[in-house]
Design a binder for this molecule. Structure first.
Ligand code: FAD
Ligand code: NDP
Length: 522
């Protein structure tokens, strides 16, 4: 619809009315009439979390907006629809598969609560993956409908900068279109990395881009890496009954509070995930019967190890997706080390009318809600007279491992590094979720800590929660911390009984005291 109208008329950037392009230019002679000069007020490259949010928000202000989204198939040939990483190969399939795994645990617990579960129960990968994939397809469709409803022009094309205001868009079939825009947003996200020094890595291994779209079970799996993606995937694969090993090069969950991270991996180990600590892979080969023989080296002893797996999953980090963009040509600066686009606080790149948001932007959290919020705020600043900048302080997050870990703010290590141990007070507790009692689950890793300043106000610097529904718990407390909550605010908060979250409002043992932090009774 937009194309047909655009050929006759343009939305005037000055008076916000649809006019014939020539008439609009005439009307504002002497004043620049944007739409007479460019096809669009805003062109977004990348239809993921950030790009979709930005484009829809801009369209709400009556702007003429286009989005390009194109998925380059993974080395294994996996591809998907509109919506970006989160929808297709990230948060959504991951959380649903995590839920599938939790249901298995709940079925075991159920028997203790009186449910008669007939016979052995096993998990069927293809039923789960088909259901998850169908849901994702409905989201892909929903995103298309939303763009259409908001009059955002969508092109399933890959974008490459031609010059500072024009982008060459190429479809799968090679059809080429050039679009011009006054403002351009780069929201191209990132893709999984493969190690370049491990023969057979890309040839035989998979990444998270493939895992969620497998039609058949991955079987016995080696997960290489020890951060969010690695531990979450290893967690749900173990939870649905697969034999899973995780190869950890250094520490788990780099950047997170290490006491919490080790409790997460302890819980995983006690639930059957195997860990190959301080090891790096050196080679992957396919055996005559199809299994993947993986060789590794122990970093301290230098000893070699070897085992056969059905699947090797690389979860060794993600690289920003900038290759196709031609950024050098138009002078958009990238960080040589990370490859990410360098941005100012207002998301502007080194070319002022070109912006970058989400995973592709340097120094931003790689999380969907922050990409969405950044995209909306950018659109409001561009087209709605707003001056509000995205606040990246105290962004909460949760690692959806079998025992979930939610946090906001500083880790204990980071608080000590920044402010000195003598200025930090840590309140902590080991607690037992009520639902773990009857089911006789081990609660050794259910732990909470709140990191505060030690001075009289005791402002909270970080909150860490290991336990069931950590995302739900952490989200609520993040409001308080965003509002500058102190330890005394926490103590004046009345708990909801019986919940795990209420334990946060009852923390009274300091780490410094050395007293037993185990919660006993209500
Ligand atoms: P993306 O969502 O990656 O979108 C970028 C889009 O641009 C893609 O569709 C891409 O194909 C397209 N594109 C790239 N180049 C071009 C081009 N030249 N032309 C046209 N289109 C192009 N975050 C959370 O908050 N919670 C979670 O639970 C969570 N779980 C995750 C689990 C996994 C396994 C992974 C990998 C990530 C997870 N994330 C999670 C992170 C989250 O998915 C990302 O932070 C988020 O998707 C980033 O959004 P974005 O808009 O920056 O990029
Ligand atoms: P990260 O960059 O966070 O972690 C990469 C991991 O791979 C590290 O453990 C690293 O070890 C290891 N590694 C890197 N190279 C090698 C190698 N050659 N051999 C062995 N191990 C290696 O990447 P992720 O992909 O896990 O996560 C990317 C981002 O996606 C996260 O930062 C997060 O923001 C987002 N995400 C969010 C989720 C959520 O909100 N729940 C879930 C999943 C992802 P080392 O520490 O030694 O470098």
């Amino acid at each position: 619809m937009f194309d047909a109208v655009a050929s006759m008329a343009a939305l005037c950037g000055q008076c916000r009315l649809w006019r014939r392009a020539a008439a609009a230019a005439q009307l504002h002679s002497g004043v620049r009439c944007l739409s007479a000069k460019f096809d669009y007020d805003l062109l977004v490259i990348g239809g993921g979390s950030g790009g979709l949010a930005c484009s829809k928000e801009a369209a709400l202000s009556g702007k003429k907006v286009a989005v390009l989204d194109f998925v380059e198939p993974s080395p294994k040939g996996t591809s998907w629809g509109l919506g970006g990483t989160c929808v297709n190969v990230g948060c959504i399939p991951k959380k649903l598969m995590h839920h599938a795994a939790l249901l298995g645990g709940a079925m075991k617990d159920a028997q203790k609560f009186g449910w008669l579960v007939p016979g052995q129960f096993t998990h069927d990968w293809s039923t789960m993956s088909e259901a998850v994939q169908n849901y994702i397809r409905s989201l892909n469709w929903g995103h298309r409908v939303q763009l259409n409803d908001k009059n955002v022009k969508f092109l399933n094309h890959k974008g490459t900068f031609k010059d500072e205001h024009s982008v060459r868009a190429v479809s799968k079939s090679g059809k080429e279109t050039v679009l011009t825009a006054e403002n351009i947003v780069i929201a191209t996200g990132g893709r999984p990395k493969y190690p370049s020094d491990v023969p057979g890595a890309a040839e035989y291994g998979l990444s998270s881009d493939d895992l969620f779209w497998l039609k058949e079970t991955p079987g016995k799996t080696l997960v290489v890496g020890a951060s969010y993606v690695a531990l979450e995937c290893a967690g749900f694969l173990t939870g649905i009954g697969l034999d899973v090993s995780v190869m950890v090069r250094s520490i788990p969950l780099r950047g997170f509070d290490q006491q919490m991270a080790h409790l997460v991996t302890d819980y995983m180990e006690s639930n059957g995930t195997k860990f190959l600590w301080k090891c790096v892979p050196t080679k992957v080969e396919r055996m005559p019967k199809g299994q993947l023989e993986t060789t590794w080296r122990h970093l301290e002893s230098g000893q070699e190890g070897k085992a056969h797996f059905d699947t090797v999953l690389w979860a060794v980090g993600r690289a920003p997706e900038t290759k196709a963009l031609n950024l050098e040509k138009i002078g958009v600066e990238v960080n040589d080390k990370t490859g990410k686009v360098i941005v100012a606080a207002n998301d502007a790149t080194s070319v002022p009318h070109i912006y970058a948001i989400g995973d592709v932007a340097e120094g931003r959290p790689e999380l969907t809600p922050s990409a969405i919020k950044a995209g909306k705020l950018l659109a409001r600043r561009l087209f709605n007279s707003s001056t509000e900048l995205m606040n990246y302080d105290n962004v909460p997050t949760t690692v959806f491992t079998p025992l979930e870990y939610g946090c906001i703010g500083l880790s204990e290590e980071e608080a000590v590094r920044r402010h000195g141990e003598e200025n930090i007070e840590v309140f902590h507790a080991f607690y037992k979720p009520l639902e773990f009692t009857v089911s006789e689950r081990d609660s050794s890793q259910c732990y909470i800590k709140v990191v505060c300043f030690r001075n009289s106000e005791q402002k909270i610097l970080g909150l860490h929660f290991n336990g069931p529904n950590a995302g739900e718990v952490t989200q609520g407390f993040s409001l308080g911390i965003q509002c500058g909550a102190t330890y005394s605010h926490l103590m004046s908060t009345v708990g909801i009984h019986p919940t795990c979250a209420e334990e946060i409002t009852k923390l009274h043992i300091t780490k410094r005291s050395g007293l037993d932090a185990t919660v006993t009774g209500c």
